[in-house]
Design a protein around this ligand. Structure first.
Ligand code: KG4
Ligand code: ZN
Length: 384
């Protein structure tokens, strides 16, 4: 099979990214321009600002990805771009640019689902290590700022299909990390900050009750079948733990200290771990550690329950939250106890990037599954 050099473009949220991947198995270049500094003052992603920043960054980011890969526009075999899910305006920047490139260069254009990209980040990582053997069935937990999904993944020849067997009923796990960090004055994005602070607190100090999912899924209430075949669902819910943290803050009168922390950290351009530690008292560190422990226990517990019920042979854990150290350690330990190997992408490929988009595009390239020039962004694109 001849090598195919695919340029991936990703702009679904707050990273403008471009990468060149050879034949879905070799990362040649991977450029990510983060917009964290733009959104930080607002404590979350502002969609209009995200689109503006993508417009600014897309041309230099693609140029850099090509230069680092020693490729030219003409030497590429295909252009792949994220179609959704994500912010519509942000997605459109990447899509318009990818279409223009494909049209001008007369190259095939491939539309990729962002969530499929996260799953293929794991495959890319393993292929890079020379691991081409995979035991099926595969269960993939995609856990990020916008998503907490469980998919059973299957491969027929070169193409992949996915069955969703669980998703969050409210907040995504990464969103809970971000909201809790904002609530206790630690800034944005919360996941990486909480990850680094948690080992400094006592994770047994605050008890959070396990998430209760009492109501039926909205899709079920509308009379639609949530899944095509009759499987138990493994849904998540993270709005309760966020409210529990808020209640803890109120009951323990932490507001004044949070204000001070927030102001102190806002005055530091790029706060380091020492700055966060200096701004946090014991009670805050214990709260952070206990929150992370509860999140990790819930994610790992539900995923392993699903793995058992579906008798899966392999687990993938991917998406921004898969960068979390405690989550990785716990999955590795408990996966080993269950006899199920757990695979993660490297931390760089866990959070949003375009290498995963170029990797996910390769099976579509082989199948000549190309996008028509009139395809558009789909903010709520489902993965099947
Ligand atoms: O995959 P991603 O870059 O973007 C989305 O598709 O959403 O994920 C971003 C999310 C944010 O919520 C961020 O706080 C979280 O991933 N995150 C983490 C860590 N690094 C990023 N959460 C926990 N621990 C981390 N180390
Ligand atoms: Zn993502």
């Amino acid at each position: 099979m001849p090598s195919a050099y695919i340029l991936g473009i990703e702009s679904s949220c707050d990273e403008t990214a471009a990468a060149v991947v050879r034949s879905g198995e070799r990362l040649i270049s991977n450029v990510v321009a983060s917009q964290i500094a733009t959104h930080q003052p607002y404590g979350g992603v502002v969609p209009e600002l995200a689109s503006r920043e993508h417009l600014r960054a897309i041309v230099p980011v693609v140029r850099q990805a090509l230069a680092e890969a020693n490729q030219t526009y003409n030497s590429l075999d295909a252009i792949a771009v994220t179609q959704g899910p994500g912010l519509a305006g942000a997605l459109l920047v990447g899509i318009s640019y990818a279409k223009a490139l494909a049209f001008a260069l007369d190259k095939p254009l491939i539309a990729v689902n962002h969530l499929e990209g996260h799953i293929h980040a794991v495959l890319l990582e393993e292929r890079q290590k020379g691991n081409h053997e995979l035991q099926f069935p595969v269960l993939a937990l995609v856990v990020s700022g916008g998503h907490t999904h469980l998919y059973l993944a299957a491969r027929k020849n070169d193409s992949w299909t996915y069955e969703n067997i669980g998703h969050t009923r409210d907040d995504a796990a990464g969103e809970a990390f971000d909201k809790v960090a904002k609530l206790i004055g630690l800034g944005y994005p919360g996941g990486p900050i909480i990850d680094r602070l948690a080992p400094h607190g006592d994770s047994s100090a605050v008890k959070f009750p396990p998430a209760q999912i009492k109501h039926r899924d909205r899709r079920e209430r509308r009379g639609e079948k949530a899944v095509e075949i009759d499987r138990p669902r493994f849904d998540f819910s993270y709005s309760g733990i966020k409210t529990a943290v808020l209640r803890y803050v109120e009951v323990h009168q932490m507001r004044a200290a949070i204000e001070l922390r927030s102001k102190a950290l806002a005055n530091i351009l790029q706060p380091k771990l020492e700055d966060y530690l200096a701004a946090s008292d014991r009670q805050t560190l214990d709260l952070v550690a206990s929150f992370q422990r509860a999140m990790v226990e819930d994610l790992v517990g539900k995923t392993l329950a699903a793995a058992r019920a579906c008798d899966v042979a392999t687990l993938f854990v991917t998406g921004g939250v898969a960068a979390n150290s405690e989550l990785r350690k716990t999955f590795e330990r408990e996966g080993a106890q269950e006899g199920v190997p757990v695979y993660f992408p490297s931390r760089a490929l866990s959070t949003d990037n375009a290498a995963m988009i170029a990797a996910a595009a390769y099976p579509k390239f082989l199948a000549k599954d190309f996008a028509a020039m009139d395809f558009s962004a789909e903010a709520s694109l489902a993965l099947r």
